[in-house]
Design a binder for this molecule. Structure first.
Ligand code: AMP
Length: 504
């Protein structure tokens, strides 16, 4: 058997005419079209000298052609390396010189700047624009659609995705054909995907969520997806009338809740709403359920591991929890220092093991060793708990833990209390350098529209609710929290902004 992810997806395709992707400009791409388009691009890549295990780096706007480039790269046994479209030339310089691709594909408008960087590592450059224009498309129009998928073993590399790098330099997570295929197949079963499903796909495709979870799961299920260039809450609500599943980051849900068009009727055709990549507030979960009758299914994953846990399809979807470990995945909570497993309910480091977990960091064997335990568990860097029913709850990244006067403060514990106060929309709790305490607990709060809560009212309300050492030293108000495109609050930016808050 050929373990190449492309072969796993497309070999023995029963019905080439089946719809795979719809686009907003009326495009309808069948599974057979995807195969032949991937065949043409595969022939172009090989003609450009891309060999097995070579990296193909792509900084391209979301489009069917960009997805085809991913499929074609995997098909020829090369390694796909998607890059966030927001990265500047300065950032691209790091990724390209680190990964040493043999080909870089970019937007025609960026060609000149990227060509100068690509030249440093001897990489060729092709262009691909948002509407499919560019040299790659021109070349593939003239190429043959047939291509024999290159044989690969399950443990061979299919992709490298760089981590978002909020603490130091980004690292390239090496993902194998089996990492990707096994996780997608598990999710198809676990989330009850079938060929009747229509997924609203409004996520970017340079990140694990939109590229692997959304696209691979849809393709394995022989379902179809509607490609939207980006989050457009009103458009998504309109599409719900003929779709069945939405995958989003929490921002999708909070933004749609602002629309009066979000009703039980509007969501009546949908069977599943999934959220991940950042914590979904328990309040958002409840509000969504009250408005639509649907309990959002929250799951937890990361670039290095694909998906680890998920609330169940049938059974309790617990607000504030990311559910039990997926079938085939083991999750445990350990003491971060000793690595000893902790009793259920205790807070510690979340570790995972399974066929979903990546092979290591690109060209960083020491870093890889440091992040794995001897028994094969990967140290996620997330702190959390597992309850008696196996449900995992995340309390935040270990690096976001606040240590004040020698005490550990888990930001989420304080954030949950603040978020529940009248007039508060959301909050982020961070540690800021403090001469006496090491770090001072600091709350950054977003008020609800028109609310007038103040530092004094927040502190007054917390008094007696949480231990004294967890009390914020200061409460600062902002209009909104800084978030990246995947909806994650960028606490590193907040720490920078308030770095001198307690300076004398
Ligand atoms: P990334 O590698 O960009 O996908 O980021 C992975 C990180 O996002 C995880 O290590 C978690 O800290 C966070 N994350 C992902 N899903 C969730 C979730 N459902 N709830 C809370 N944090 C999450």
């Amino acid at each position: 058997m050929n373990a190449n992810l492309f072969a796993q997806l497309f070999d023995g395709l029963e019905d080439p005419a089946r719809l795979a992707i719809e686009t907003e400009d009326g495009g309808r791409i069948s599974y057979g079209d995807l195969m032949s388009r991937a065949g043409r691009v595969a022939n172009v890549l090989v003609a450009r000298g891309v060999k097995i295990e070579d990296r193909v780096a792509a900084q391209t706007e979301k489009s069917v052609a960009a997805l085809v480039l991913y499929l074609a790269t995997v098909r020829i046994g090369a390694v796909y390396l998607p890059l966030n479209t927001a990265y500047t030339l300065n950032e691209l310089d790091y990724f390209i010189t680190d990964a040493e691709p043999s080909l870089v594909v970019c937007d025609p408008a960026k060609r000149d700047g990227i060509a100068a960087i690509a030249a440093k590592v001897g990489a060729a450059v092709e262009t691909l624009g948002a509407d499919g224009e560019g040299s790659l498309t021109e070349a593939s129009a003239a190429a043959a659609p047939a291509f024999e998928t290159v044989k690969r073993a399950g443990g061979d590399l299919a992709a490298i995705l760089y981590t978002s790098g909020t603490t130091g330099r980004s690292k390239g997570a090496m993902l194998t054909h089996d990492n990707l295929a096994s996780n997608s197949k598990t999710l198809v079963d676990y989330w009850h995907f079938t060929d009747k499903d229509v997924l609203i796909h409004a996520l970017p495709i340079y990140h694990t969520h939109g590229l692997f979870v959304a696209s691979n799961v849809t393709l394995f299920a022989r379902a179809s997806m509607i490609f939207l260039p980006k989050l457009d809450p009103e458009r998504i609500i309109t599409l719900m009338a003929r779709a069945t599943v939405l995958m989003g980051v929490p921002t999708f849900y909070t933004r749609m809740l602002r629309s009066e068009r979000l009703t039980r009727e509007a969501t009546g055709h949908m069977r599943l709403f999934i959220s991940g990549s950042a914590p979904l507030l328990a309040d958002t979960h409840r509000e969504w359920a009250a408005r639509t009758g649907h309990a959002v299914l929250e799951r937890y994953g990361m670039t290095e591991t694909n998906m680890n846990t998920s609330n169940p399809y049938e059974g309790v979807r617990l607000p504030g929890s990311v559910g039990p470990a997926l079938p085939g995945v083991d999750a445990r909570v350990v003491d971060a220092v000793s690595g000893v497993e902790l009793p259920r309910g205790e807070i510690g480091m979340i570790e995972v093991k399974g066929p979903n977990v990546f092979k290591g960091y690109w060209r960083l064997p020491e870093k890889t060793n440091a992040e794995f335990r001897h028994d094969g568990y990967f140290i996620t860097g997330d702190l959390g708990t597992i309850d008696d029913n196996g449900y995992v709850s995340i309390l935040g990244r270990g690096k976001d833990l606040v240590i004040t006067g020698g005490f550990n403060v888990y930001p989420k514990e304080v954030e949950s209390e603040i978020d529940a106060l009248p007039g508060v929309l959301e909050s982020a709790v961070i540690g800021v350098p403090h001469a006496d305490l090491g770090e001072g607990v600091t709350a950054i709060v977003v008020r609800e529209q028109g609310a007038d809560c103040s530092e004094a009212t927040v502190l007054g309300a917390l008094e007696g609710q949480i231990a004294k050492f967890k009390m914020p030293k200061r409460v600062m108000f902002v209009d909104e929290l800084p978030r990246n495109t995947m909806g994650k609050v960028q606490k590193n930016l907040l720490r920078e902004t308030y770095a001198n808050l307690y300076a004398k």
